[in-house]
Write a protein that binds this ligand. Sequence first.
Ligand code: HEC
Ligand code: HEC
Length: 337
Amino acid sequence: MLNLHKDHKNLVLLAFSVFVALSIGVAIIPAYQMEEYEPIPGQKDLTAQERRGLNIYIAEGCVGCHTQQVRNIEMDKTWGERPSLASDYFYSKKRMDIWRQSPSLLGSERTGPDLTDIGNRQPSEQWHLLHLYNPRLVIEASVMPRYSWLFKEVDTLDVKDDDVTLPRSITKMKDSYIMVAKPEALDLVAYLKGLQQFSFDDYEPPMDFIPALPKTENSASSGASTKKSLGASLYQNNCAACHQTTGRGVKGAFPPLAGSLIVNNKDPEKLIKIILMGYDARQEYGVMSAFADKLTDEEIKAIADHERSSWGNSAPKVPLETIVKLRDSINKIPKTQ
Ligand code: HEC
Ligand code: HEC
């Protein structure tokens, strides 16, 4: 029996084992789980300057007042076009150095606005510099602290300083002093301007090399092959930004359609309903929007047939009537919004 009252070694050993067990459960296993996630194709890595800015953001504790997460609820719609995905954080999770893992910047306090998309909302470098120097200069009643140590006073202006000076009239400095942003401020602003939510609407997935697709000009057997390429190109234009040309999806964001039970189900009802109405069933994936208004029944059939016969999937074709019927039944449901 462990005697914890009289034997201090047992006590230390027990405390240490609990510490090790908790570290494995709380830090090490989740770190390995994070390795599985992939970036969204087309998403940009941070530049060297933006990464330095990220480290300053961490050092200054901006996360104490600002979140970087758009939740899937009504009140968060102002902060981004879509809810955040695990993959959105792929490039910022890189370790700061060998000893320090980059902290999660999702944040839990929203004393100030969410910054997920601040780069789009406020693209002006000058605005950000003024705001960091003294938030009250641009937002009268702001409670955000000044970060004036990111700036320095100079007597004369270097040529390269020119575009980062704060106007004297605004800073109300003595005439002989001029405020110039230090490199840290510029790095931080570069990071803030880079905070732009990745939009699937503007993203054109690259057309991967698909050997099975014949060129339309020289294909003699028009019938079957054009049908196939119609489905493939509709898929490419409407679905591949998320589910990928390969049907593999993106871990942490979009489920694979290759091998999907829903896509391969003999009964296509659920698949067609997802395409018509959109889908948001699981926490670990983002939200898929509805395609009922964007695609005709014939186009949905072409896409569904393409999905059911590609990437190793093999399920029977979807009869057009099924789609017509499902669309009718959906239209009968009164819209809630
Ligand atoms: C004490 C809480 C607090 C801290 C710490 C803080 N902020 Fe703020 N921040 C605010 C508040 C409140 C606002 C809204 C008023 C305003 O725009 O100044 C804001 C606004 C902002 C905005 C403008 C957002 C928009 O949508 O217009 C940016 C950018 C910003 N903060 C960046 C930062 C950075 C970078 C840091 C760290 C260097 C930081 N904040 C630290 C509270 C804070
Ligand atoms: C903006 C990104 C996006 C686009 C574009 C998109 N989807 Fe999705 N799709 C998703 C997400 C996210 C899910 C998972 C939702 C969930 O489970 O919460 C999903 C789920 C699915 C599923 C269910 C798969 C399974 O096994 O769980 C099918 C089938 C599907 N989508 C088909 C399509 C088709 C067909 C298109 C093109 C017409 C398309 N999607 C376009 C994001 C997208």
